[in-house]
Each structure stands twice: as C-alpha cells, then as structure tokens.
Design a protein around this ligand. Sequence first.
Ligand SMILES: C[S@@+](CC[C@H](N)C(=O)[O-])C[C@H]1O[C@@H](n2cnc3c(N)ncnc32)[C@H](O)[C@@H]1O
Ligand SMILES: [Zn+2]
Length: 275
Amino acid sequence: MVRMLIGAMRCPVCGEEFVRQARAAERAGGLTCENGHAFDRARQGYVNLLAGKDPGTGDTAEMIAHRAAFLGAGYYEPVADLLPAAPGGVVVEVGAGTGYYLSRVLDRSPRAEGLALDLSVYAARRAARVHEHAMAAVADCWGKLPLADGSVDLVLDVFAPRNVPEFRRVLRPGGRLAVVTPLPEHLAEIREPLGMLAVDPTKAERMASVTDKDFEVVGSEDLVLSLDLDHAAVADLVGMGPSAYHTEAVGLAELPERVSVTLAVRCALYAPLPR
Ligand SMILES: C[S@@+](CC[C@H](N)C(=O)[O-])C[C@H]1O[C@@H](n2cnc3c(N)ncnc32)[C@H](O)[C@@H]1O
Ligand SMILES: [Zn+2]
C-alpha cells in the first residue's frame, strides 16, 4: 500500500489530486484525478503518467536488462550505502531505472513510501516490483513532476536527469535532495579501450552552480574503490550506460580475463533554501 504517496501525487493533465473511486481501473491499481483523468495500471504494475506527451523513450530493454544484471550482482552496493534514509514520508527517485537505489533506501526507511519515475517503460516494469512500499510511473523528469508542491521528504538522483527547479518545488521544508555523480576517474580503465563516453570533468562544479539559488549543500562524500570484474560484468557495465547508444562492446576480448575498474562517485546532499 502506498496511500501516503498517492496523496502526494498530482494529475499530470490538470494538477488535481488523485481520488479513490470504485472504478475498475482503480481496483486494479490505476489512478483517477478529481477531474476524471484516468491512468490505468499496466499488467506489469506501473502507471503511465506521460498523458499523451512524447518526450522520447529513455533506456532500452537491453540497457535495462544489463543494468538489472550488474546492480543485482551487488557491485554498486557501496553507492547505495552513501544514500540517506528517510525518517518517513515520501521518497522519489528520478530516472530510477530498475529502482535499485530506491529499494535500498526504503529498506532502511520503514515508515516511508517510494515513487520510481523513469521515462523508460522497461525501467518502470522492473521498478514496479522492486519494493512493497514503492510504486513506479513512466514520466518525463525534465517536465513537471507529477507531485504536489512541498510533498516530498527525499529526492534521489543517481546518474539521472537533474531538474533542479522541480526538485526544489516538490521538496518540503526540511526535505533533502541526494545526487550521485561520477568523478573524472570513474571507470577510467575501460572507457578508452571500450570506446565509452568520458566523464565531463566539470560535472560536479556544474551541478553546484545549477543548485546555488535553490539549495545549499549540507553534506558530500566521495567514494573511490576498485571493482574486480569479469568480462560478463564489464559487458553489463558498458551495456547499461549511455555509451550503449554510441558503441558496441568492442575490444572486450582484448582485456585481461579479470579487469580492475575504478568506481569513483560523489554523493552530495542538499537542503532546499527557504523562498
Ligand atoms: C544512467 S540511468 C540511471 C538509472 C538509475 N538511477 C541507476 O543508477 O540505476 C538514467 C535513467 O534515466 C532515465 N531517463 C532518461 N531521460 C529521462 C527523462 N527525461 N525522464 C525520466 N527518466 C529519464 C533513463 O531511462 C535511465 O533509466
Ligand atoms: Zn486531472
């Protein structure tokens, strides 16, 4: 049950609250707003809140399958451990992918309910099953988020689109935004041989300048460690990332049987500034 979460959510067409009605769609877990805009729940458990807009597609089925395999093997568990728990209330993960990080945070936040938002239906299918206190919706996180002003306790953004003004709008006073970004040395050993995109070295600084007027930094932790990966894990790591759009996993055969790869990320914690 995610009653508290549904109370925080808003219709993407008119901005009204969702109501509980004895409609077939509702009984099947769909949502209907005060003005009768209805969003059915797909057989796979997610709700599509795109409302007819076509902002593109997000990650492909193949990318999401690679992501599920890689995260399921536990390699990024130390990244999940960087994220804060929520004392209660609503946790939203934007660009949630499989919902891995949301589920880890909910495990540590027994009184909270979680929403996984992603543009990819393949991601939403996985995220819909990730935790009993979570639901998943297909939505464009560059657009208006389907949530009321000041209704969210914690926003999670892990390697995902950063719609800072919207994060500010939906967070309640005292809420937190946690953002994980790659550091320049992240995956350095395999980027060049496998033709992956380089990390923009100014990413962390750019994030800081974007958040300046809406947020203040209240914590920051860097994680740098070495992952020992076989070829299957490297293939998942390449296949799950944005480079999948630009390259095949060429050059894999030339790597040693086990590859030592640097994981280097920053988790920054932000508090919304009063308006
Ligand atoms: C690099 S993946 C990160 C996924 C997840 N946070 C994780 O780390 O496992 C980026 C995710 O953002 C999603 N995405 C891309 N554009 C989006 C948009 N405009 N709105 C919502 N999600 C989007 C993709 O479908 C993908 O699942
Ligand atoms: Zn509506």
